[in-house]
Design a protein around this ligand. Sequence first.
Ligand code: HPA
Length: 270
Amino acid sequence: MLEKIKKTADFILSKTTRKPRIAIILGTGLGGLANEISNQEVIPYKDIPDFPVSTVMGHKGQLILGRLSGQDVVAMQGRFHFYEGYTMQELTFPIRVMKFLGVELLILSNASGGLNPQFGIGDCMFIRDHINLMGTNPLLGRNYDELGPRFPDMKEVYDHTLIEKAIAIATREGIRYQQGVYAAVTGPTFETPSEYHYLRVLGADAVGMSTVPEAIIARHMNMSLFAISVITDLGVHGKIVEVSHEDVIKAASASEPHMTLIIKEMLENF
Ligand code: HPA
């Protein structure tokens, strides 16, 4: 596995002069941030050795290296999900590679269903913690001690200092924000009303089908993490309506400028 990670990282480094310390993963309907990256070098996933290829609508499937807020960044326009049939190891492989590119901060974004009755569609939720309900874990199996410990601590997966920064930015810019706990499920079904209720009772504020595998792997390798979830629909009693993937993309795209602004400002003095 180590050789594979190194090989892929070396391939990417051979295609760029950038030395990114920051990686950004753009979730469903949230690919627009990529337009803000200047001096772009684009590498389609299909050209990268051992990289998976995204199969979901709303996910482009390319790596973008360039400049954002005065920093070298690498962005994944399109991520991989467990429901697509990848193993946990496959779908988190790009995070391993990011570490070998020299990335220190990983920014994750996603679209999710709101469970907290205070939430509204379009809110940006800063993830403070997560609950892994995917029924598996990307660290199952042999541990590579060179990458991280067998039993990684999970007390503060999402860097609280970065959350405070995000709150300050959102407040200054007049952007409606929330903070909370993200529950990860496999999907691909959206939740039944009873499942939304169950997740709320468990202590979650939002539910989605991604992010947690990547967060666990980033934590394993001691990377700093910041994650934003855009609330695209509500799993709140009395507010549940039929939801489609198109609705999710539409709602996420509408809030994308807010998320972009927060991330751009956050990177200005990272
Ligand atoms: N449930 C699960 N995943 C989601 C949702 C949801 O309601 N909305 C966007 N991703």
